[in-house]
Design a protein around this ligand. Sequence first.
Ligand SMILES: NC(=O)c1ccc[n+]([C@@H]2O[C@H](COP(=O)([O-])OP(=O)(O)OC[C@H]3O[C@@H](n4cnc5c(N)ncnc54)[C@H](OP(=O)(O)O)[C@@H]3O)[C@@H](O)[C@H]2O)c1
Length: 169
Amino acid sequence: MKKNSNPSIAIIVALDQQNAIGRKGDLLCHLPGDMKHFRQVTSGHTIIMGRKTFESLPKGALPNRTNIVITSDVAENYPGCIVVRSVKEALTHCDDEEKAFIIGGGKLYRSTLHLADQLYLTRIHHTFEDTDTSFPDIDFSEWKLTEEEAHKADEMHLYDYTFLTYMKI
Ligand SMILES: NC(=O)c1ccc[n+]([C@@H]2O[C@H](COP(=O)([O-])OP(=O)(O)OC[C@H]3O[C@@H](n4cnc5c(N)ncnc54)[C@H](OP(=O)(O)O)[C@@H]3O)[C@@H](O)[C@H]2O)c1
């Protein structure tokens, strides 16, 4: 299959009102609706993640997706994944005309936001305490909102949350 180094790049992230995304190596909270959305949006595609995000996955590589991990570590520690050293190397593994998803964490988001042409944000309508990882500031004048879907808190979800999709202008 032909490969290139210039695929469409989408970022997917769940962030709170202050752009926090994680604490103590884990997500901010458990939102089953967001997990389902993440699975639906990314299934069948390539997902690219930092080493610490891989370490946070309870069952390792995610099924039905090509998993790429960026790390300086040895490949043996990442079963089911393509292991690369840099964002540039990761993109060489993406197929022509494919959409590749950057799935975190903070370090990887910071080094790829300028490359992305689509954002899938889940805004959690809450400000969490003791967070230690955040998403970089987004200049929304560069982005056009294309989809918005609000969800109310319920017995399965402690907080209101909204799916927001943006295209780069
Ligand atoms: N809310 C969300 O949607 C979401 C999504 C994903 C993750 N998270 C959270 O984010 C936190 C983890 O984020 P993090 O910033 O600590 O770590 P991370 O970005 O997941 O991983 C950092 C590591 O990945 C490698 N790496 C990342 N970017 C690189 C680059 N541009 N070039 C070369 N290597 C790179 C390095 O690995 P080596 O040190 O091995 O060289 C680096 O130390 C966790 O709390 C996780 O739960 C939240």
